[in-house]
Write a protein that binds this ligand. Structure first.
Ligand code: 3UK
Length: 517
Protein backbone atom coordinates (compact mmCIF):
# COMPACT_ATOMS: atom_id res chain seq x y z
CA UNK A 1 0.00 0.00 0.00
CA UNK A 2 1.20 3.50 -0.79
CA UNK A 3 1.88 5.50 2.37
CA UNK A 4 -0.37 8.38 1.22
CA UNK A 5 -3.30 5.97 1.08
CA UNK A 6 -2.72 5.06 4.68
CA UNK A 7 -3.61 8.12 6.71
CA UNK A 8 -2.69 8.57 10.33
CA UNK A 9 -5.68 7.35 12.31
CA UNK A 10 -6.28 5.89 15.75
CA UNK A 11 -9.60 4.10 16.23
CA UNK A 12 -9.76 4.81 19.98
CA UNK A 13 -9.09 8.52 19.47
CA UNK A 14 -11.73 8.58 16.76
CA UNK A 15 -14.35 7.09 19.08
CA UNK A 16 -13.54 9.13 22.19
CA UNK A 17 -12.00 12.49 21.49
CA UNK A 18 -14.86 14.45 19.94
CA UNK A 19 -17.47 13.19 22.40
CA UNK A 20 -15.33 13.92 25.44
CA UNK A 21 -15.18 17.57 24.39
CA UNK A 22 -18.63 18.08 22.89
CA UNK A 23 -20.74 16.00 25.27
CA UNK A 24 -18.54 15.44 28.36
CA UNK A 25 -21.44 14.85 30.74
CA UNK A 26 -23.44 12.52 28.56
CA UNK A 27 -23.61 8.93 29.84
CA UNK A 28 -21.63 6.62 27.56
CA UNK A 29 -22.09 3.31 29.42
CA UNK A 30 -24.38 1.94 32.10
CA UNK A 31 -23.32 -1.43 33.49
CA UNK A 32 -24.76 -3.55 36.32
CA UNK A 33 -23.04 -1.44 38.97
CA UNK A 34 -22.23 2.03 37.67
CA UNK A 35 -22.42 4.60 34.89
CA UNK A 36 -19.69 6.58 33.16
CA UNK A 37 -19.88 9.77 31.13
CA UNK A 38 -17.82 10.59 28.06
CA UNK A 39 -15.41 12.83 29.92
CA UNK A 40 -14.54 10.20 32.54
CA UNK A 41 -14.38 7.48 29.93
CA UNK A 42 -11.78 9.50 28.08
CA UNK A 43 -9.79 10.12 31.29
CA UNK A 44 -9.71 6.45 32.23
CA UNK A 45 -8.69 5.41 28.73
CA UNK A 46 -5.78 7.87 28.87
CA UNK A 47 -4.79 6.76 32.37
CA UNK A 48 -4.81 3.09 31.38
CA UNK A 49 -2.79 3.96 28.28
CA UNK A 50 -0.17 5.65 30.44
CA UNK A 51 0.04 3.00 33.15
CA UNK A 52 0.12 -0.03 30.87
CA UNK A 53 3.50 1.14 29.51
CA UNK A 54 4.75 1.43 33.09
CA UNK A 55 4.07 -2.27 33.56
CA UNK A 56 6.57 -2.86 30.79
CA UNK A 57 4.32 -3.38 27.79
CA UNK A 58 5.47 -1.90 24.49
CA UNK A 59 3.66 -0.72 21.38
CA UNK A 60 2.40 -3.63 19.24
CA UNK A 61 2.52 -6.05 22.17
CA UNK A 62 -0.66 -8.06 22.53
CA UNK A 63 -2.97 -8.13 25.54
CA UNK A 64 -5.82 -10.55 26.12
CA UNK A 65 -9.08 -9.13 27.43
CA UNK A 66 -11.30 -11.78 28.99
CA UNK A 67 -14.01 -9.90 30.81
CA UNK A 68 -17.71 -10.03 31.45
CA UNK A 69 -19.43 -7.01 29.95
CA UNK A 70 -18.83 -4.01 32.21
CA UNK A 71 -17.41 -0.48 31.90
CA UNK A 72 -13.84 -1.71 32.32
CA UNK A 73 -14.12 -3.57 29.02
CA UNK A 74 -14.36 -0.47 26.79
CA UNK A 75 -11.80 1.34 28.96
CA UNK A 76 -9.16 -1.37 28.55
CA UNK A 77 -10.03 -2.13 24.92
CA UNK A 78 -9.80 1.53 23.88
CA UNK A 79 -6.92 2.25 26.26
CA UNK A 80 -4.87 -0.49 24.61
CA UNK A 81 -5.68 0.78 21.12
CA UNK A 82 -4.82 4.34 22.25
CA UNK A 83 -1.36 2.95 23.17
CA UNK A 84 -0.97 0.93 19.97
CA UNK A 85 -1.13 -2.23 22.06
CA UNK A 86 -3.22 -4.90 20.36
CA UNK A 87 -6.19 -6.10 22.44
CA UNK A 88 -7.47 -9.63 21.83
CA UNK A 89 -11.02 -10.08 23.06
CA UNK A 90 -11.75 -13.64 24.09
CA UNK A 91 -14.89 -15.49 25.08
CA UNK A 92 -15.34 -15.67 28.87
CA UNK A 93 -17.16 -19.00 28.62
CA UNK A 94 -14.31 -20.96 27.05
CA UNK A 95 -12.87 -24.00 28.81
CA UNK A 96 -9.36 -23.66 30.25
CA UNK A 97 -7.58 -25.48 27.42
CA UNK A 98 -8.96 -23.04 24.82
CA UNK A 99 -7.91 -20.02 26.86
CA UNK A 100 -4.48 -21.55 27.30
CA UNK A 101 -4.25 -22.16 23.55
CA UNK A 102 -5.10 -18.51 22.85
CA UNK A 103 -2.51 -17.29 25.32
CA UNK A 104 0.18 -19.45 23.77
CA UNK A 105 -0.87 -18.81 20.17
CA UNK A 106 -1.05 -15.05 20.54
CA UNK A 107 2.04 -14.73 22.78
CA UNK A 108 0.13 -12.05 24.64
CA UNK A 109 2.25 -10.18 27.18
CA UNK A 110 -0.65 -9.60 29.56
CA UNK A 111 -4.16 -10.74 30.39
CA UNK A 112 -6.90 -8.53 31.78
CA UNK A 113 -9.63 -10.65 33.28
CA UNK A 114 -12.69 -10.39 35.47
CA UNK A 115 -12.23 -11.40 39.11
CA UNK A 116 -14.13 -14.64 38.63
CA UNK A 117 -11.71 -15.73 35.90
CA UNK A 118 -8.54 -15.05 37.88
CA UNK A 119 -8.12 -18.54 39.18
CA UNK A 120 -8.10 -20.15 35.76
CA UNK A 121 -5.66 -17.59 34.35
CA UNK A 122 -3.29 -18.03 37.28
CA UNK A 123 -3.35 -21.78 36.62
CA UNK A 124 -2.60 -21.18 32.94
CA UNK A 125 0.18 -18.72 33.73
CA UNK A 126 1.85 -21.32 35.92
CA UNK A 127 2.01 -23.76 33.03
CA UNK A 128 3.60 -21.22 30.64
CA UNK A 129 7.34 -20.58 30.53
CA UNK A 130 7.11 -16.88 29.74
CA UNK A 131 6.17 -14.08 32.09
CA UNK A 132 2.57 -13.14 31.38
CA UNK A 133 1.24 -10.26 33.45
CA UNK A 134 -2.17 -10.69 34.96
CA UNK A 135 -4.37 -7.69 35.61
CA UNK A 136 -7.73 -7.79 37.34
CA UNK A 137 -10.21 -5.80 39.37
CA UNK A 138 -9.11 -5.72 42.99
CA UNK A 139 -5.86 -7.22 41.79
CA UNK A 140 -3.44 -6.10 44.46
CA UNK A 141 -5.40 -8.01 47.08
CA UNK A 142 -4.71 -11.28 45.34
CA UNK A 143 -1.20 -12.62 45.64
CA UNK A 144 -0.57 -16.34 45.54
CA UNK A 145 2.89 -17.91 45.40
CA UNK A 146 4.72 -15.11 43.61
CA UNK A 147 1.78 -14.49 41.36
CA UNK A 148 1.35 -10.82 41.58
CA UNK A 149 -1.93 -9.75 40.08
CA UNK A 150 -1.89 -6.13 38.98
CA UNK A 151 -4.78 -3.96 40.04
CA UNK A 152 -6.92 -2.73 37.18
CA UNK A 153 -8.56 0.05 39.15
CA UNK A 154 -5.14 1.49 39.89
CA UNK A 155 -4.28 1.50 36.18
CA UNK A 156 -7.44 3.27 35.11
CA UNK A 157 -7.65 5.77 37.99
CA UNK A 158 -4.13 7.21 38.06
CA UNK A 159 -3.41 10.91 37.75
CA UNK A 160 -1.11 10.42 34.82
CA UNK A 161 -2.55 10.49 31.34
CA UNK A 162 -1.34 9.84 27.83
CA UNK A 163 -3.09 12.83 26.33
CA UNK A 164 -2.25 11.85 22.78
CA UNK A 165 -2.61 8.43 21.23
CA UNK A 166 0.37 6.51 19.88
CA UNK A 167 0.92 6.98 16.16
CA UNK A 168 -1.13 4.50 14.15
CA UNK A 169 -2.57 4.45 10.65
CA UNK A 170 -5.90 3.54 9.06
CA UNK A 171 -4.52 0.22 7.93
CA UNK A 172 -2.30 -0.68 10.85
CA UNK A 173 -3.09 -3.65 13.04
CA UNK A 174 -5.61 -2.70 15.71
CA UNK A 175 -7.13 -5.70 17.53
CA UNK A 176 -7.87 -9.41 17.18
CA UNK A 177 -10.85 -11.66 17.65
CA UNK A 178 -10.72 -15.46 17.60
CA UNK A 179 -12.85 -17.31 15.06
CA UNK A 180 -13.36 -21.07 14.96
CA UNK A 181 -13.52 -23.51 12.06
CA UNK A 182 -14.74 -27.08 11.62
CA UNK A 183 -11.26 -28.50 12.12
CA UNK A 184 -8.16 -27.13 13.77
CA UNK A 185 -7.68 -24.52 16.44
CA UNK A 186 -9.35 -21.10 16.63
CA UNK A 187 -7.84 -18.49 14.34
CA UNK A 188 -6.68 -15.10 15.59
CA UNK A 189 -8.43 -12.75 13.16
CA UNK A 190 -6.49 -9.52 12.69
CA UNK A 191 -8.44 -6.29 12.23
CA UNK A 192 -7.15 -2.83 11.34
CA UNK A 193 -7.94 0.61 12.78
CA UNK A 194 -10.30 1.95 10.14
CA UNK A 195 -12.57 -1.12 10.26
CA UNK A 196 -14.10 -0.21 13.60
CA UNK A 197 -15.21 3.19 12.31
CA UNK A 198 -16.37 1.70 9.03
CA UNK A 199 -18.78 -0.79 10.65
CA UNK A 200 -20.57 2.23 12.02
CA UNK A 201 -20.27 4.47 8.94
CA UNK A 202 -21.64 1.88 6.56
CA UNK A 203 -23.93 -0.44 8.53
CA UNK A 204 -25.01 1.30 11.74
CA UNK A 205 -25.50 4.80 10.34
CA UNK A 206 -26.92 3.87 6.92
CA UNK A 207 -28.96 0.77 7.74
CA UNK A 208 -29.89 1.19 11.41
CA UNK A 209 -29.94 5.01 11.16
CA UNK A 210 -28.50 5.33 14.66
CA UNK A 211 -28.59 8.73 16.41
CA UNK A 212 -27.22 10.15 19.65
CA UNK A 213 -30.69 9.63 21.14
CA UNK A 214 -30.35 5.89 20.82
CA UNK A 215 -29.92 3.66 23.86
CA UNK A 216 -28.18 0.48 22.74
CA UNK A 217 -28.44 -2.94 24.34
CA UNK A 218 -26.79 -6.04 22.92
CA UNK A 219 -27.51 -9.52 24.27
CA UNK A 220 -24.40 -10.64 22.35
CA UNK A 221 -21.38 -9.87 24.52
CA UNK A 222 -18.55 -7.44 23.72
CA UNK A 223 -16.02 -10.22 23.02
CA UNK A 224 -18.01 -11.22 19.89
CA UNK A 225 -17.58 -9.07 16.79
CA UNK A 226 -21.35 -8.67 16.79
CA UNK A 227 -21.47 -7.40 20.39
CA UNK A 228 -18.39 -5.21 19.99
CA UNK A 229 -20.05 -3.26 17.20
CA UNK A 230 -23.49 -3.16 18.84
CA UNK A 231 -22.46 -2.12 22.34
CA UNK A 232 -19.18 -0.27 21.87
CA UNK A 233 -18.41 1.02 18.37
CA UNK A 234 -21.93 2.08 17.37
CA UNK A 235 -22.90 3.97 20.53
CA UNK A 236 -19.53 5.74 20.79
CA UNK A 237 -19.50 6.61 17.08
CA UNK A 238 -22.63 8.70 17.52
CA UNK A 239 -22.46 9.82 21.17
CA UNK A 240 -25.20 7.44 22.30
CA UNK A 241 -25.57 5.37 25.47
CA UNK A 242 -24.85 1.66 25.80
CA UNK A 243 -26.26 -0.71 28.41
CA UNK A 244 -23.91 -3.50 29.52
CA UNK A 245 -24.82 -6.65 31.40
CA UNK A 246 -22.36 -9.18 32.79
CA UNK A 247 -24.87 -12.02 33.03
CA UNK A 248 -25.92 -14.66 30.56
CA UNK A 249 -28.73 -13.03 28.55
CA UNK A 250 -31.78 -14.89 29.83
CA UNK A 251 -35.26 -13.80 28.76
CA UNK A 252 -35.80 -12.16 32.14
CA UNK A 253 -32.55 -10.21 32.19
CA UNK A 254 -32.98 -8.97 28.64
CA UNK A 255 -36.59 -8.00 29.33
CA UNK A 256 -35.58 -6.04 32.44
CA UNK A 257 -32.63 -4.28 30.81
CA UNK A 258 -34.83 -3.08 27.94
CA UNK A 259 -37.65 -1.99 30.21
CA UNK A 260 -35.59 -0.23 32.90
CA UNK A 261 -33.24 1.61 30.56
CA UNK A 262 -35.71 2.60 27.84
CA UNK A 263 -33.60 0.82 25.27
CA UNK A 264 -34.32 2.02 21.72
CA UNK A 265 -32.25 -0.47 19.74
CA UNK A 266 -31.80 -4.09 20.75
CA UNK A 267 -29.45 -6.72 19.30
CA UNK A 268 -30.08 -10.44 19.76
CA UNK A 269 -29.66 -13.85 18.18
CA UNK A 270 -32.51 -15.99 16.81
CA UNK A 271 -32.49 -18.45 19.75
CA UNK A 272 -33.09 -15.56 22.13
CA UNK A 273 -35.89 -14.11 20.00
CA UNK A 274 -37.50 -17.57 20.00
CA UNK A 275 -37.15 -17.90 23.78
CA UNK A 276 -38.59 -14.42 24.34
CA UNK A 277 -41.52 -15.07 22.04
CA UNK A 278 -42.18 -18.38 23.83
CA UNK A 279 -42.38 -16.59 27.18
CA UNK A 280 -45.16 -14.34 28.38
CA UNK A 281 -43.87 -11.06 27.04
CA UNK A 282 -45.58 -7.88 28.11
CA UNK A 283 -45.75 -5.62 25.07
CA UNK A 284 -45.54 -2.48 27.22
CA UNK A 285 -42.06 -3.52 28.47
CA UNK A 286 -40.81 -3.01 24.91
CA UNK A 287 -42.49 0.26 24.06
CA UNK A 288 -39.18 2.18 24.06
CA UNK A 289 -37.78 0.00 21.25
CA UNK A 290 -37.67 1.49 17.77
CA UNK A 291 -35.75 -1.36 16.20
CA UNK A 292 -34.25 -4.79 16.88
CA UNK A 293 -31.49 -6.64 15.06
CA UNK A 294 -30.90 -10.36 14.63
CA UNK A 295 -27.65 -12.01 13.46
CA UNK A 296 -25.41 -14.99 14.13
CA UNK A 297 -27.67 -17.44 12.29
CA UNK A 298 -30.68 -17.06 10.03
CA UNK A 299 -33.84 -15.69 11.66
CA UNK A 300 -36.74 -17.93 10.61
CA UNK A 301 -39.60 -16.11 8.87
CA UNK A 302 -42.17 -16.94 11.55
CA UNK A 303 -40.02 -15.41 14.32
CA UNK A 304 -39.44 -12.25 12.30
CA UNK A 305 -43.18 -11.83 11.77
CA UNK A 306 -44.13 -12.74 15.32
CA UNK A 307 -41.66 -10.26 16.83
CA UNK A 308 -43.06 -7.27 14.96
CA UNK A 309 -46.63 -8.34 15.72
CA UNK A 310 -45.96 -8.86 19.45
CA UNK A 311 -43.54 -5.99 20.09
CA UNK A 312 -44.88 -3.40 17.68
CA UNK A 313 -41.50 -2.62 16.11
CA UNK A 314 -39.41 -4.54 13.57
CA UNK A 315 -36.42 -6.84 13.69
CA UNK A 316 -33.80 -6.63 10.93
CA UNK A 317 -31.98 -9.86 10.11
CA UNK A 318 -28.48 -9.40 8.71
CA UNK A 319 -25.46 -11.62 8.15
CA UNK A 320 -22.06 -10.68 9.50
CA UNK A 321 -18.88 -12.54 10.36
CA UNK A 322 -15.81 -12.25 12.56
CA UNK A 323 -13.73 -11.87 9.38
CA UNK A 324 -15.90 -8.96 8.13
CA UNK A 325 -16.24 -7.57 11.68
CA UNK A 326 -19.95 -6.81 11.33
CA UNK A 327 -23.04 -7.10 9.16
CA UNK A 328 -22.62 -6.81 5.37
CA UNK A 329 -25.96 -8.07 4.02
CA UNK A 330 -29.05 -6.84 5.80
CA UNK A 331 -32.73 -6.14 5.69
CA UNK A 332 -33.46 -2.42 5.57
CA UNK A 333 -35.87 -0.43 7.76
CA UNK A 334 -38.10 0.18 4.73
CA UNK A 335 -37.44 -3.17 3.05
CA UNK A 336 -37.90 -6.22 5.21
CA UNK A 337 -38.23 -9.65 3.63
CA UNK A 338 -38.88 -12.08 6.50
CA UNK A 339 -36.85 -15.27 6.14
CA UNK A 340 -34.09 -13.53 4.15
CA UNK A 341 -30.82 -11.74 4.93
CA UNK A 342 -31.88 -8.82 2.69
CA UNK A 343 -29.52 -6.86 0.42
CA UNK A 344 -25.83 -5.91 0.60
CA UNK A 345 -25.03 -3.02 2.93
CA UNK A 346 -23.86 0.05 0.92
CA UNK A 347 -20.08 -0.10 0.53
CA UNK A 348 -19.99 -3.92 0.28
CA UNK A 349 -19.98 -6.10 -2.82
CA UNK A 350 -21.07 -9.71 -2.68
CA UNK A 351 -21.05 -12.54 -5.20
CA UNK A 352 -22.29 -16.12 -5.29
CA UNK A 353 -19.75 -18.50 -6.79
CA UNK A 354 -20.27 -21.97 -8.24
CA UNK A 355 -17.76 -24.80 -8.18
CA UNK A 356 -16.62 -24.02 -11.75
CA UNK A 357 -15.71 -20.49 -10.58
CA UNK A 358 -18.57 -18.84 -12.46
CA UNK A 359 -21.23 -16.78 -10.73
CA UNK A 360 -24.56 -18.40 -9.84
CA UNK A 361 -27.64 -17.36 -11.82
CA UNK A 362 -30.76 -15.92 -10.28
CA UNK A 363 -32.25 -18.32 -7.68
CA UNK A 364 -29.31 -20.66 -8.10
CA UNK A 365 -27.26 -21.62 -5.04
CA UNK A 366 -23.70 -20.31 -4.83
CA UNK A 367 -21.03 -19.79 -2.21
CA UNK A 368 -21.09 -16.33 -0.73
CA UNK A 369 -18.02 -14.13 -1.07
CA UNK A 370 -17.84 -10.55 0.14
CA UNK A 371 -15.61 -7.53 -0.34
CA UNK A 372 -15.81 -4.40 1.77
CA UNK A 373 -14.29 -1.74 4.01
CA UNK A 374 -14.17 -3.78 7.24
CA UNK A 375 -12.51 -7.05 6.31
CA UNK A 376 -9.76 -8.56 8.43
CA UNK A 377 -6.29 -8.66 6.87
CA UNK A 378 -5.36 -12.24 7.82
CA UNK A 379 -5.37 -14.94 10.44
CA UNK A 380 -2.44 -14.91 12.84
CA UNK A 381 0.19 -17.52 12.05
CA UNK A 382 -2.10 -19.58 9.80
CA UNK A 383 -0.91 -18.91 6.24
CA UNK A 384 -2.87 -21.76 4.67
CA UNK A 385 -6.17 -20.82 6.30
CA UNK A 386 -5.51 -17.17 5.42
CA UNK A 387 -4.90 -18.08 1.79
CA UNK A 388 -8.04 -20.22 1.64
CA UNK A 389 -10.28 -17.45 3.04
CA UNK A 390 -8.84 -14.09 1.92
CA UNK A 391 -8.62 -14.14 -1.88
CA UNK A 392 -7.31 -10.73 -2.90
CA UNK A 393 -9.97 -8.32 -1.66
CA UNK A 394 -12.63 -11.05 -1.51
CA UNK A 395 -13.42 -12.98 1.64
CA UNK A 396 -14.99 -16.45 1.47
CA UNK A 397 -17.74 -16.84 4.05
CA UNK A 398 -18.41 -20.58 3.82
CA UNK A 399 -22.13 -19.88 3.38
CA UNK A 400 -24.50 -21.00 0.63
CA UNK A 401 -26.92 -18.37 -0.61
CA UNK A 402 -29.37 -17.61 -3.41
CA UNK A 403 -30.30 -14.22 -4.86
CA UNK A 404 -33.80 -13.63 -6.24
CA UNK A 405 -35.07 -11.32 -8.99
CA UNK A 406 -35.36 -8.47 -6.48
CA UNK A 407 -31.75 -8.83 -5.36
CA UNK A 408 -32.75 -10.37 -2.01
CA UNK A 409 -30.29 -12.88 -0.53
CA UNK A 410 -31.51 -16.04 1.20
CA UNK A 411 -29.37 -18.24 3.44
CA UNK A 412 -29.19 -21.91 2.34
CA UNK A 413 -26.81 -23.42 4.90
CA UNK A 414 -23.07 -23.71 5.41
CA UNK A 415 -20.78 -25.23 2.81
CA UNK A 416 -18.50 -26.67 5.49
CA UNK A 417 -19.45 -28.86 8.46
CA UNK A 418 -19.96 -25.96 10.82
CA UNK A 419 -23.24 -25.30 12.58
CA UNK A 420 -24.39 -22.04 14.11
CA UNK A 421 -26.08 -22.75 17.45
CA UNK A 422 -27.42 -19.82 19.47
CA UNK A 423 -25.56 -17.63 16.97
CA UNK A 424 -22.20 -19.25 17.77
CA UNK A 425 -20.01 -21.61 15.77
CA UNK A 426 -20.05 -25.28 16.72
CA UNK A 427 -18.08 -27.96 14.95
CA UNK A 428 -19.72 -31.42 14.93
CA UNK A 429 -16.22 -32.89 15.23
CA UNK A 430 -15.53 -31.28 18.59
CA UNK A 431 -18.76 -32.68 20.03
CA UNK A 432 -18.00 -36.12 18.57
CA UNK A 433 -14.55 -36.03 20.09
CA UNK A 434 -15.95 -35.04 23.47
CA UNK A 435 -18.53 -37.85 23.34
CA UNK A 436 -15.92 -40.38 22.25
CA UNK A 437 -13.78 -39.53 25.24
CA UNK A 438 -16.50 -40.98 27.50
CA UNK A 439 -15.79 -44.52 28.62
CA UNK A 440 -19.15 -45.92 27.42
CA UNK A 441 -18.90 -44.50 23.89
CA UNK A 442 -17.44 -46.45 21.00
CA UNK A 443 -18.34 -44.05 18.21
CA UNK A 444 -20.37 -40.88 17.77
CA UNK A 445 -21.61 -38.71 14.94
CA UNK A 446 -23.20 -35.30 15.35
CA UNK A 447 -25.50 -33.49 12.92
CA UNK A 448 -27.69 -30.39 13.09
CA UNK A 449 -31.40 -30.87 13.65
CA UNK A 450 -34.02 -28.13 13.65
CA UNK A 451 -35.99 -27.60 16.85
CA UNK A 452 -39.64 -26.52 16.99
CA UNK A 453 -38.62 -22.93 16.24
CA UNK A 454 -36.74 -24.01 13.09
CA UNK A 455 -33.37 -23.33 14.74
CA UNK A 456 -30.47 -25.74 14.38
CA UNK A 457 -29.22 -27.64 17.45
CA UNK A 458 -26.78 -30.60 17.75
CA UNK A 459 -28.13 -34.14 17.67
CA UNK A 460 -25.85 -37.09 18.52
CA UNK A 461 -25.91 -40.62 17.15
CA UNK A 462 -23.99 -42.80 19.58
CA UNK A 463 -22.68 -46.35 19.38
CA UNK A 464 -22.09 -47.64 22.89
CA UNK A 465 -19.41 -50.00 24.17
CA UNK A 466 -20.47 -53.42 25.35
CA UNK A 467 -19.54 -52.68 28.91
CA UNK A 468 -21.81 -49.73 29.59
CA UNK A 469 -23.95 -49.87 32.67
CA UNK A 470 -25.16 -46.34 33.18
CA UNK A 471 -28.75 -45.77 34.18
CA UNK A 472 -29.18 -42.25 32.89
CA UNK A 473 -26.93 -42.24 29.89
CA UNK A 474 -28.15 -39.07 28.16
CA UNK A 475 -27.73 -37.02 31.32
CA UNK A 476 -24.29 -38.45 31.92
CA UNK A 477 -23.10 -37.80 28.36
CA UNK A 478 -24.45 -34.26 28.46
CA UNK A 479 -22.64 -33.55 31.73
CA UNK A 480 -19.47 -35.01 30.21
CA UNK A 481 -19.66 -32.82 27.09
CA UNK A 482 -20.40 -29.71 29.16
CA UNK A 483 -17.24 -30.34 31.17
CA UNK A 484 -15.05 -30.45 28.06
CA UNK A 485 -16.64 -27.88 25.75
CA UNK A 486 -18.34 -24.52 26.13
CA UNK A 487 -21.59 -25.74 27.75
CA UNK A 488 -24.12 -24.66 25.08
CA UNK A 489 -22.57 -27.18 22.64
CA UNK A 490 -24.14 -30.25 24.30
CA UNK A 491 -26.41 -32.49 22.15
CA UNK A 492 -30.12 -31.71 22.59
CA UNK A 493 -31.12 -35.16 21.32
CA UNK A 494 -29.48 -38.59 21.45
CA UNK A 495 -30.11 -41.63 19.32
CA UNK A 496 -28.36 -44.83 20.39
CA UNK A 497 -27.59 -46.96 17.34
CA UNK A 498 -25.73 -50.20 16.68
CA UNK A 499 -23.55 -48.73 13.91
CA UNK A 500 -22.98 -45.54 11.94
CA UNK A 501 -23.36 -45.26 8.14
CA UNK A 502 -19.89 -45.13 6.59
CA UNK A 503 -18.25 -44.98 3.18
CA UNK A 504 -16.02 -47.81 1.95
CA UNK A 505 -13.05 -45.84 3.27
CA UNK A 506 -14.60 -45.54 6.72
CA UNK A 507 -15.78 -41.91 6.61
CA UNK A 508 -19.01 -41.25 8.49
CA UNK A 509 -21.82 -40.30 6.09
CA UNK A 510 -23.36 -37.50 8.13
CA UNK A 511 -25.77 -36.61 5.34
CA UNK A 512 -27.52 -39.95 5.84
CA UNK A 513 -28.05 -39.17 9.49
CA UNK A 514 -29.49 -35.75 8.69
CA UNK A 515 -32.45 -37.35 6.89
CA UNK A 516 -35.22 -37.57 9.46
CA UNK A 517 -36.78 -40.97 9.79
C1 3UK B 1 -23.53 -17.23 10.08
C2 3UK B 1 -25.68 -16.05 9.56
C3 3UK B 1 -27.54 -16.62 8.34
C4 3UK B 1 -22.92 -17.40 8.71
C5 3UK B 1 -21.50 -12.06 13.29
C6 3UK B 1 -23.04 -10.25 13.05
O1 3UK B 1 -22.11 -14.36 13.43
C7 3UK B 1 -21.22 -13.56 13.32
O2 3UK B 1 -19.90 -13.94 13.16
P1 3UK B 1 -19.29 -15.42 13.26
O3 3UK B 1 -17.89 -15.32 12.82
O4 3UK B 1 -20.13 -16.29 12.25
C8 3UK B 1 -20.25 -15.98 10.87
C9 3UK B 1 -21.20 -16.97 10.21
O5 3UK B 1 -22.44 -17.01 10.96
N1 3UK B 1 -24.47 -16.08 10.15
C10 3UK B 1 -24.29 -14.93 10.81
N2 3UK B 1 -25.38 -14.13 10.68
C11 3UK B 1 -26.27 -14.81 9.91
N3 3UK B 1 -26.31 -16.94 8.77
N4 3UK B 1 -28.17 -15.45 8.63
C12 3UK B 1 -27.57 -14.54 9.42
N5 3UK B 1 -28.21 -13.40 9.73
O6 3UK B 1 -22.65 -18.76 8.55
C13 3UK B 1 -21.63 -16.59 8.82
O7 3UK B 1 -20.67 -16.97 7.86
O8 3UK B 1 -19.55 -15.99 14.63
C14 3UK B 1 -22.79 -11.62 13.09
C15 3UK B 1 -22.07 -9.33 13.21
C16 3UK B 1 -20.79 -9.76 13.39
C17 3UK B 1 -20.51 -11.14 13.43
N6 3UK B 1 -19.24 -11.54 13.62
Amino acid sequence: MKQEDNKEFNAAYDLIHKNSIKIPDKIAFIDDDQTINYSNLSKKVKSFSNQIFKLGLKEKDRIIICMFDCINFPITFLGSIWSNIIPICVNTMLPKQDLEYMLRDSQAKAVICSKDLLEVFIEIKNSLDNETLIISEEGEKVTTNNNKVYDLSFLINSNEYNLNPSQTFESSECFWLYSSGSTGKPKGTIHIHKSLKNTSTYYAKKILKITSEDIFFSAAKLFFAYGLGNALTFPLSIGGTSILSKDRPTVEIVNNKIKHNNVTIFFGVPTLYAAMLNSNLKTEDFKSLRLSVSAGEALPEHLCNKWSKTIGSNVLDGIGSTEMLHIFISNYIDLITPGSSGKPVPGYEVRLMKEDNSEADMNEIGELEVKGPTSAISYWNKPEKTEATFIGDWVKTGDKYTKDANGIYKYCGRSDDMMKVSGQYVSPFEIEEALQSHKYVLEAAVVGKKDKDELLKPKAFVVLNDNNNATNLEKELTAHVKKILTPFKYPRWYEFVSSLPKTATGKIQRYKLRIEK
